[in-house]
Each structure stands twice: as C-alpha cells, then as structure tokens.
Write a protein that binds this ligand. Structure first.
Ligand SMILES: Nc1ncnc2c1ncn2[C@@H]1O[C@H](COP(=O)(O)OP(=O)(O)OP(=O)(O)O)[C@@H](O)[C@H]1O
Length: 282
C-alpha cells in the first residue's frame, strides 16, 4: 500500500527525512509520533505528492508518487492552509463535487455530533471549529489512505472523545489506512493499532500497539534490587528518590516480585523515554 524506500528530504541544509524506509501493507489506525520538527508533516506531504523527495522513492499502491503524480487514493489537507470564505454546507457540496467518493451523509452526521453550525462561514469559525471542519472533511473523504496531521488541535476533551469514536466508527464501516500525527499521545493510544515513531527524520520504531503493552513497563523498588532485576535489559529512563529506583524498560518482561513493583508504562512515558533519552545520548 505505502512504501518509503531510503527517502531523504532536504530543505536546503535542513533535514526533513533522513534515509527513511517504511512499509505499510494493512489497513488500520497508525499513530505517528515524533517531537517538534521530527519529520511527521514532511512524511505526509511526501505521501500526498505535495513535495518531492531529494532521494529515494515513495510509492502508493505500487505507483511512485511525485509532484506530477499525486496519488488519488490519499487524502491530506495541510493544516492552516485552508481559508475558505463559504458556508460549511457549501464547502461540503464542493467537497462532493470534486470528490464523488465524499461520504456526505457521514459528514452531516459528524457535523451534528460536533454541534457544528453548517450555516456558518468557515472563516467565522473558532480555531478548534476550523480544525473540526478540516478533520470532518478528511474523514468523510472516502479515500483509502487518510493523513491526519494534528486532527484534534484546539478540540476540548469532549470533542476529542467524540472524534475518536467517530474515527473508529468510520474505520469499522470502511477499513483503510489512517495515519494520525498528534502530541496528545495517550488518547490516540486507545484507538491506534500500530505505532510509528520518528526522530530527527529517522524511523525509531514501527510496531503494533500490543507490543508496547507487552514490552514497555515500569519497575520501582529499592535501587539495588531494581538494578539487579533489570540488568541487561533496555532501560529507556530512570529516576531515583531516597534509595528507591524507578526504571522504564522496553524489553522482555521480568516476573512480578514482592521485592519491587512492575506496572504498565503509558505510551506518553514510553515515547518520552525512548526519544527524549536517545536525544541525550542514552
Ligand atoms: N518548507 C520548509 N523549509 C525549510 N525547512 C523546513 C520546511 N518544512 C519543514 N522544514 C524543516 O524540516 C524538519 C521537519 O519538519 P516537519 O514539519 O516535517 O516536522 P514535524 O514533525 O511535523 O513537526 P511538528 O510536530 O512541530 O509539526 C524541521 O526541521 C523543519 O524546520
């Protein structure tokens, strides 16, 4: 479906992606994580054919993507790019006329759930509502590959919950690849099936969410016992307080013990441990 092969994207001397390879072959929700400037938007723009790789290739359904061949199966709306001066109802009609696959009934259902007033002009919407309108048009696009760049930016917690429910409903109705980039990590963790982490333009991790649940955990207890129990394992973060050591581990599980506690690591803590510590050379 999607194939990045040794893709490097340079903006002058700045690295957007660096020898990046990734192969996505199954539908599902993919959570794309990376720090600011890691290359998430660059990845999406390359996939949508909005920019071209400096070297390497990007293919969608076996066809190489370029500025001249942007894939019809991909929907991507650059955040902040749109400044329509029309009512939302007109915008939906427009979306339908340029894309016959646009699922208008679903878009209307979503707008109702989001309490979005379709008679309002796009320009008059609040920041969160504009994101909502963009997100809604994207999810209703009917395309096989959806790229959602910060789709819940400016949403209140209730709207975010509504969005995740609707995305799940939409994917159940029509399975497809949905790549979601967000900094609100633990919320997307609840619905994503797979995880892509990039850092400084490079792929750091690509795995199933269940693997994180199995292999990422926290061990807390007396320092010498925790040190011994986690010896040889990949420790991605640690803190000490009063003779107690707390270690975040990404490796095989260790057995439970009454000498220390082993508990689940949130995706956010896992991400911070993995990427934050690597940046500091751990
Ligand atoms: N048009 C551009 N011109 C110059 N440099 C750019 C351009 N677009 C992106 N970059 C640089 O490429 C790198 C990756 O940027 P990108 O926008 O892909 O990151 P991101 O992961 O989406 O970040 P964020 O989470 O902050 O949105 C950054 O160093 C950024 O400054």
């Amino acid at each position: 479906m999607i194939e990045f092969q040794n893709v490097t994207k340079l903006y002058g001397e700045t690295v957007g992606l660096d020898d990046f390879s990734l192969s996505v072959s199954e539908p599902g929700v993919y959570c794309l994580l990376g720090r600011n400037g890691a290359g998430k938007t660059t990845l999406m723009k390359l996939l949508a054919g909005h920019i071209e790789a400096t070297s390497g290739s990007v293919c969608v359904f076996g066809r190489e993507v370029s500025l001249l061949h942007s894939p019809d199966s991909v929907h991507y709306m650059e955040s902040g790019a749109a400044q329509f001066n029309v009512r939302l109802e007109t915008l939906f009609k427009y979306a339908r006329s340029v894309n016959p696959g646009f699922d208008a009934p679903f878009a209307l259902r979503m707008a109702k759930r989001f309490k979005l007033d379709l008679r309002k002009r796009y320009k008059q919407l609040s920041f969160g509502m504009k994101t909502m309108a963009n997100t809604l048009i994207s999810v209703s696009s009917g395309k096989d590959i959806l790229l959602l760049d910060e789709p819940v930016l400016g949403f209140d917690p209730i709207m975010r919950r509504t969005f995740y429910d609707l995305l799940q409903e939409s994917c159940a109705e029509k399975p497809r690849v949905v790549i979601v980039s967000t900094h609100i990590i633990d919320e997307i963790a609840k619905i994503a099936e797979r995880l892509i982490i990039i850092d400084e333009g490079r792929l750091v991790l690509f795995c199933g969410m269940s693997e994180i649940g199995e292999r990422a955990y926290l061990v807390v207890g007396p320092a010498e016992l925790v040190t011994a129990a986690t010896e040889g394992l990949r420790v991605i973060g640690e803190t000490t307080a009063g003779g107690f050591l707390s270690r975040s581990v990404y490796d095989r599980r260790i057995p439970d013990s009454d000498k220390y506690t082993v508990s689940a690591l949130s995706l956010q803590d896992f991400f911070v441990g993995l990427v934050g510590n690597e940046m500091e050379g751990m």
